[in-house]
Structure formats: structure tokens, C-alpha cells
Write a protein that binds this ligand. Structure first.
Ligand SMILES: Cc1cc2nc3c(=O)[nH]c(=O)nc-3n(C[C@H](O)[C@H](O)[C@H](O)COP(=O)(O)O)c2cc1C
Length: 253
């Protein structure tokens, strides 16, 4: 089992580097780790018929690892240039091309990744305006094309003037260190998602039936009125819960 840390910040010992170390230094014993600092590599695009030794070396390191941990700050509300350049140049190694130009996941399919990011703006501003969203989304987009499975993300807002990591973020790093220390096969969250779905439906059905009680004088005894009121109430609750899950819960803090 090996975990590869990929640091993509201008600062080799900044906050992203600290978060990355906090994760890698706390993995289970027996798990091998390595960190690469992307600024140390001359990453250029692959040219036809020419071997690109840097890309080959990086691809080898990626292949030898089970989990990749990307640590990249937010620059101009987006992904740091060095990580974006790395992704752009690695594209031919990340994906296979079909005859019509479509891509399918390449040789790294079913590996796992964790994303780490930060920004100057405060927790509240990041929650409301999503300053770090684009950086994380870009990583997700590239990894999804490569078929690499997400384990989670660690976000550190409010970094202006900050020199060391707050304790709650250190704890979060340790939690993820344990999580990525365990070898995973493929995407093992399917069962978890079905269980979540079951409980969501169970709670919504309960709420719907509870809301229907005061409507009983009008709807009970009439199957179609009962059915219609159930459907409308259930739909409204479903819309609210989906909004919460897709918007509020994914807001980064
Ligand atoms: C070129 C550049 C652009 C930045 N753009 C933003 C930004 O748009 N929003 C923001 O909140 N912070 C921005 N920052 C602040 C970085 O996100 C901050 O320096 C980072 O959290 C520090 O991480 P580090 O210690 O690993 O370098 C920017 C910093 C640099 C150097």
C-alpha cells in the first residue's frame, strides 16, 4: 500500500504543505508514503514521437501508488497553475482516446484520491460564495475522466496571516490519514448510498403521513385525494432535501 502526496503550491512549506504532511505523517504503520513537489519538475506537454522523461517518471510514481493526495491552494478562484499544467500534460496518460475523440478512463482507473485546498477568504465567505469550488471541481473533473475515485476533501479557508494549522483541521487531516490507509477496491460507497436513500425515503414518508393527519377530515376516505396530497407533500419534501444535499451540504467551509 502506497500513498503519493502531490504538492502544487508556490510555497514548499506553506499551509497546503503542512496539511499534506499532517495527512501523510499520520497514516497507519506499514503504509508507504512519498511526496512530490510539482515545482521541482519541468512539466511540458508530450510531443509526438518524443519520449517525455518527466511525464514518464511522474506516471510511474502515480502507477506505483494506490492513493493520490493533491494539495493545491486557490489562485484567482481556480486551481493552482502548476497542478492544472500537470493535469493538462498528463491527459494522454490519464485517458484512452476512442476513434471519435471521446475519452475513457486509462490505466489509473479505480485508484483513489483526496483533495486538499485553501484560500484567503474566511469560512463564511467561502461558504456563501464558493471561492474554492472551482479548484476542487477541476480536480474532480480530471479524476473522473481518469476513473480515479474520490475519498474526500479538506478545505482550509481564512489563510491570510495564518502560519500554522488550526487544531480542527489537523484532526481532519488525521481522520483522512486513517481513511486512506485502508486499501479499497473500486467505489465502495454504493451500499452506503442505498442505505442513505432508504433512510431519506423513510423519514420523508413519515413526515408526509404526519402532515396528512390534519388534512384527514378532507382527504381520508377518498383514495385519490389521499394519493394526490401524499404525492404533492412528498414531492415538496423531496425537492427541499435534494436542494439541501446538493447545494448546502456540498458547500465548502
Ligand atoms: C497567485 C495567487 C492568487 C490567489 N488567489 C486567491 C483567490 O482568488 N482567493 C483567495 O481567497 N485566495 C487567493 N490566494 C491566496 C492563497 O489561496 C493562499 O496564499 C493559500 O491559501 C496559501 O497556501 P500555501 O500556504 O500552501 O501557499 C491567492 C494567492 C496567490 C499566490
Amino acid at each position: 500500500m502506497k500513498i503519493l502526496g502531490i504538492l502544487a503550491s508556490h510555497q514548499e512549506h506553506g499551509l497546503n504543505a503542512q496539511m499534506l504532511s499532517e495527512v501523510l505523517d499520520n497514516v497507519d504503520s506499514g503504509v508507504e508514503t512519498e511526496t512530490i513537489y510539482l515545482e521541482n519538475y519541468q512539466i511540458t506537454p508530450h510531443k509526438y514521437h518524443e519520449d517525455n522523461l518527466v511525464l514518464n517518471e511522474l506516471a510511474k510514481k502515480l502507477m506505483a501508488s494506490d492513493v493520490w493526495v493533491f494539495a493545491a491552494p486557490t489562485y484567482f478562484r481556480g486551481l493552482s497553475g502548476v497542478l492544472k499544467n500537470f493535469f493538462d500534460c498528463m491527459r494522454p496518460k490519464f485517458v484512452y482516446f476512442k476513434e471519435n475523440g471521446d475519452t475513457i478512463p486509462g490505466p489509473f482507473k479505480n485508484k483513489h484520491y483526496l483533495s486538499i485546498g485553501s484560500c484567503y477568504v474566511s469560512t463564511t465567505e467561502n461558504f456563501l460564495t464558493g471561492v474554492t469550488d472551482e479548484a476542487f471541481r477541476t480536480i474532480d473533473r480530471v479524476m473522473s475522466a481518469a476513473g480515479v475515485i474520490k475519498v474526500g476533501e479538506i478545505v482550509l479557508p481564512g489563510t491570510f496571516g495564518m502560519k500554522t494549522l488550526p487544531n480542527n483541521k489537523k484532526k481532519l487531516c488525521h481522520k483522512y490519514a486513517k481513511k486512506i490507509s485502508v486499501r479499497k477496491r473500486k467505489d465502495d460507497s454504493t451500499v452506503k448510498r442505498y442505505i442513505q436513500l432508504f433512510f431519506m425515503i423513510a423519514v420523508m414518508a413519515l413526515l408526509t403521513m404526519g402532515i396528512q393527519i390534519p388534512l384527514a377530515p378532507w382527504v381520508s376516505g377518498n383514495f385519490w385525494l389521499n394519493y394526490l396530497s401524499f404525492t404533492i407533500i412528498f414531492f415538496v419534501l423531496l425537492a427541499c432535501i435534494l436542494h439541501f444535499v446538493t447545494f448546502m451540504k456540498h458547500r465548502r467551509r
